[in-house]
Write a protein that binds this ligand. Structure first.
Ligand SMILES: [Zn+2]
Ligand SMILES: [Zn+2]
Length: 558
């Protein structure tokens, strides 16, 4: 009988299926022989490229096809780009999940919402705790980030240690959780690290991420000097910021109200897992408007201009329980996520038109990033001193910059991965050795479909070109038994009974009249001839080529 290979004889593989080449949708796989672990299982938000769609998920075909080899899913933290795919795709894998308490709490809530909570095994690991998924020995290494319980993973393998940073920053006073422990990180470096696989989001930033304490100090001074109502909008998941805003309400003698479902949900989760201990009482939404204007501080969702979020509805005067008037103040304690500029601009314009005073991070120091700038990265490389750097969590420009920086800080080997690259980290890595299937899925209504499939392509065509449906009835001789009928959607210049429709009807008649008799009995031929002729006419007349759909009806009187 062949001796079973020792795991140190097998290659150590790294395979990102999401998050390498984009910010969002993080999914990383590590494998040795037939033992695989997944690190993070995230989603991203759909932009204009996927009309009608909100969420984008990674294509997990590769690991689904060998799911018996997948031994566990390890979640670094609770941001949507790291856990958001779980309610949609976990049921296809059904392997145990590992997370620290706050992250585990939010995962449970997500699974409960889709009725999967009883089926999933979630193994809660204490902060800083270790566990084993053979042949990987894994330790959570707490790092500050813009959510409670940011974590790196120290993954010990028979080939050496991987330091998978997760999302992180340096912050001497993070308000929630502890600062990065230099001693722990240096010790990891002293023991030797094969590869650091890490966050590239802010690789272009020459400044350190900045401290939550400074946000508190600045925002306190700012709010202390403001009269009338103050509304502060921030990311719901940023527990440290939620804490900061709560403290400011207390310090400035204002009552705190919270508007927005996700803020309530995350605040509750934070309290249930032991955070937000000295948080002020949240006041009843019904009575906010009864208070004097300078006794109110509202925290709300919607800092990215999301149409359905509380702030947009307040700005439009469509929020029943609260309204803003001239000389009230709105603070955006957040950054503009690329892609959201237009919706945020629209929101700010709406507020300013009402006479509301708008303050963003450009006007005052009221936001810090959750990701490492260059000084933070340099410090981390100084502690960890890996043999190789594998930047992830970034577009290709961020990852390439990160790799160059790492080289400059003395890291011998770097590799910039792309989603789907099967990379051997050891022995003799890093090197791409193969290609896995990869891609995106979109959540469209209650369906999960390929992002690059026919449905999305058709949806975009419909959106951009308009749509014309033509019905033609032919009798047993192949003659038109009545005038054709047209129904149009989104075609410029088209009116029922108008010139363009007349023109189309003429052309349809001509096509039928000019067609050789025997071909008139082939639906496919008739359909294609009409479709081509009508599209050509529309292209000439209006400069657009709508989708034209032809239905040939056969009307035989017996
Ligand atoms: Zn994050
Ligand atoms: Zn992230």
């Amino acid at each position: 009988m062949a001796k079973k290979k020792k795991s140190s004889d097998e290659q150590l593989i790294f395979l990102p299926l999401g998050g390498s080449g984009e910010i969002g949708m993080n999914l990383n796989l590590y494998g040795i022989g037939d033992q695989w672990i997944m690190v993070d299982f995230g989603m991203s938000f759909a932009g204009d490229h996927f009309p009608g769609v909100d969420l984008v998920l990674p294509d997990i075909t590769f690991i689904e096809e060998r799911v018996d080899m997948l031994k566990g899913i390890v979640l670094t933290h609770a941001h949507e780009d790291h856990i958001g795919a779980i309610p949609y795709l976990w049921a296809q894998l059904r392997v145990p999940m590992y997370a620290t308490p706050f992250t585990a709490h939010l995962i449970r809530k997500k699974l409960a919402e889709v009725g999967l909570l009883d089926e999933a095994e979630i193994i809660e690991i204490p902060i800083g705790g270790s566990f084993s998924i053979e042949p990987f020995d894994i330790t959570y290494v707490p790092l500050p980030h813009s959510i409670a319980e940011g974590n790196a993973l120290k993954i010990d393998t028979p080939h050496g240690t991987i330091f998978h940073t997760g999302d992180w920053k340096l912050d001497a006073s993070p308000q929630i959780g502890m600062p990065a422990c230099e001693k722990t990180l240096s010790k990891i470096g002293d023991d030797g690290v094969l590869a650091m696989v890490g966050d590239s989001t802010n690789a272009f930033s020459t400044k350190s991420a900045g401290s939550e304490q400074d946000v508190y100090d600045n925002m306190l001074e700012l709010v202390s000097g403001l009269k009338n109502r103050v509304l502060i909008s921030t990311f719901a998941s940023n527990i440290a910021r939620v804490q900061t805003i709560g403290r400011i309400a207390k310090e400035t003698g204002r009552h705190l109200a919270i508007f927005g479902r996700s803020l309530h949900r995350v605040t509750e989760a934070a309290k249930e897992t032991g955070y937000l201990k000295d948080f002020p009482e949240i006041m009843d939404e019904e009575h906010v408007m009864d208070l004097p204007r300078d006794k109110v501080l509202v925290m709300s969702t919607g800092c990215q201009g999301e149409a359905r979020a509380a702030l947009s509805r307040i700005a439009e005067g469509q929020f029943k329980k609260f309204s803003l008037a001239a000389d009230d103040h709105v603070l955006f304690s957040s950054k503009i996520i690329p892609g959201n500029e237009i919706s945020i601009g629209r929101l700010i314009n709406g507020l300013i038109e009402k006479g509301v005073d708008v303050i963003t991070e450009h006007d005052a120091f009221i936001h810090v990033s959750g990701h490492p700038g260059q000084p933070d990265l340099e410090a981390m490389y100084g502690w960890i001193r890996p043999e190789m750097a594998v930047p992830v969590h970034g577009e290709v420009r961020h990852m390439t910059k990160h790799a160059k920086l790492a080289k400059g800080w003395g890291v011998g080997k770097t590799l910039v991965p792309k989603n789907g690259d099967i990379i051997r980290l050891a022995p003799d890595g890093p090197v791409k050795i193969d290609q896995a299937p990869y891609g995106k899925l979109v959540v469209d209504g209650s369906c999960i479909i390929p992002a690059d499939g026919e449905v999305m392509a058709e949806r975009r065509r419909l959106l951009h070109h308009g749509h014309l449906v033509v019905a033609v009835a032919l009798d047993r001789n192949g003659d038109m038994s009545s005038e054709a009928e047209c129904v149009s959607y989104g075609i410029p210049g088209w009116q029922e009974g108008g010139a363009l429709e007349d023109r189309a009807l003429d052309i349809i008649e001509q096509v039928i009249d000019n067609m050789p008799k025997q071909k008139l009995f082939d639906d496919g031929v008739v359909d294609e001839a009409i479709r081509r002729a009508v599209r050509k006419m529309l292209s000439l007349e209006i400069g657009k080529k709508p989708i034209v759909q032809v239905r040939v009806l056969r009307e035989y009187d017996d």
